[in-house]
Design a binder for this molecule. Structure first.
Ligand code: URA
Ligand code: CA
Length: 438
């Protein structure tokens, strides 16, 4: 087999076989196939697309290109959740303990943040003492003991994807739905769960800018899951404004605690409840949508879900008291209130500007090596569709560097536009995609 023949074949719009994809991907990982040939193949995929079976082959080959997590030691059906990345998206910190409190085991590997979106592992590290690195045996033992474990990525999960993603990043081939879908699903499959609940974000702050593209990505991933024997459901959800009101690591942990106390912002709470419902249904923990909804609501109200977060924190060496006293989380030295320049309705609240402003305050990473400041970030005091008066507080900034505060203040204000008439507010959840409706 020759790489050039496979490039030509894809260029001409034909489907590559499993053996052919294996030749390309393993050859690339081993260094036998050079970057320029993989770049040419990626560009051919960008223009010609891939068949569902072909995307699934690629996904499974990438999933098996390195370490895979064996969760067979965890009792019960293991369901993982994944978000394509948003601003103020604290859902994992709420959904994982909520689902675990309903008796469904959650064995989850999460990532760190990059650019304008945050990562669950960084947020957890703002809890004093919390350990994100566990040996596989400890990880499994903890899930069996308390039903929940959240760790950072260990080992070499899907190294083929890592190489290919870096190559796509510099060759204009990131924006290919088959390549994005296989990239995401290869990492999820390598992390060992039996089923997946996906949160595909759409909007100005998301990877997918249009509902059409988000829907196609969601359908492609659900199809891969089906063909790979993993039940997969996707919710297409709004990212035209930050999901929650907190953006920044310790601030988002505080918001997750509030949400688990039943006092969280409405849109964040609603999405967390619905993601938890889907996980419960998939794991067989409820027989109907309405029964699952009653279970998760009951565990928010009763404090059972919050208690599960406390157990998680304590099991991983952290200070469990933060769930009663969030002021034990890292605190920033300086704060600044951003005031409304005029009266009116909040018409837009650009999540990209908010995410970048938080990143510039030190809450996020510009590059992989940036050291982040866990205490800093932004707390929004309003959202799209709300009426504000001139000089009303729109947001509160938290910083440890006064100079950064001034810049971030201007940037935060740029996220807002105002209108005299009440604007239409997008729903939090647009669509649910299941394998049945593909
Ligand atoms: N996120 C991923 O993990 N992979 C992509 O290709 C794009 C976004
Ligand atoms: Ca995230």
């Amino acid at each position: 087999m020759h790489a050039v023949d496979l490039i030509r074949k894809k260029r001409d719009g034909k489907r590559l076989s499993r053996q052919e994809l294996e030749f390309l991907i393993t050859g690339y990982v081993q260094g036998d196939i050079p970057d320029y040939q993989m770049a040419a193949w990626s560009m051919a995929v960008y223009f010609q697309g891939m068949e569902p079976e072909e995307i699934t082959d690629l996904t499974l080959i990438m999933a098996q290109s390195g370490d895979t997590l064996d969760l067979s030691g965890v009792h019960g059906v293991k369901i993982d959740k994944h978000s394509t990345g948003g601003v103020g998206d604290t859902t994992t910190l709420v959904v994982a303990p909520l689902v675990a409190s309903c008796g469904i085991p959650v064995a989850k590997m999460s990532g760190r943040g990059l650019g304008h979106t945050g990562g669950t592992i960084d947020k957890l590290e703002s809890i004093p003492g919390f350990q994100v690195s566990l040996e596989p045996e400890e990880f499994i033992a903890q899930v069996n003991a308390i039903g929940l474990c959240l760790v950072g990525q260990t080992g070499q999960l899907a190294p083929a994807d890592k190489l290919l993603y870096a190559l796509r990043d510099v060759t204009g081939t990131v924006e290919s739905i088959p390549l994005i879908a296989s990239s995401i699903m290869s990492k999820k499959i390598a992390a060992g769960a039996d089923g997946f609940v996906l949160d595909v974000k759409v909007g100005t702050g998301a990877f997918m800018k249009t509902e059409e593209d988000a829907l196609e990505l969601a359908k492609t991933m659900v199809k891969i899951g089906q063909l790979a024997g993993r039940t997969t459901v996707a919710l297409v959800t709004d990212m035209n404004q930050p999901l929650g009101r907190a953006v920044g690591n310790a601030l988002e942990v505080k918001e997750a605690i509030l949400t688990l106390q039943g006092r969280g912002p409405e849109r964040l709470t609603e999405l967390c409840l619905e993601l938890a419902v889907e996980m419960l249904l998939m794991a067989g923990g409820s027989s109907s949508q309405s029964e699952a909804r009653r279970s998760v609501e009951a565990n928010l109200q009763s404090g059972a879900a919050l208690q599960k977060l406390r157990e998680l924190i304590e099991a991983q060496g952290g200070e469990g008291r933060v769930v009663d006293s969030p002021h034990l989380l890292p605190q920033a030295k300086f704060t600044k209130e951003i005031l409304a320049p005029q009266s009116g309705y909040v018409e837009t609240l650009d999540p990209m500007e908010i995410g970048m402003a938080a990143m510039n305050l030190g809450a996020g990473r510009e590059s992989k090596d940036t050291i982040i400041d866990l205490a800093v970030g932004i707390e929004l005091q309003t959202e799209i569709g709300e009426q504000v008066m001139e000089k009303q507080v729109l947001a509160k900034l938290y910083a440890n560097d006064e100079h950064k505060l001034e810049q971030a203040a201007e940037q935060t204000l740029r996220a807002f536009t105002f209108s005299s008439a009440k604007p239409t507010v997008q729903p939090t959840i647009y669509r649910k995609i299941t394998a049945q409706e593909l």
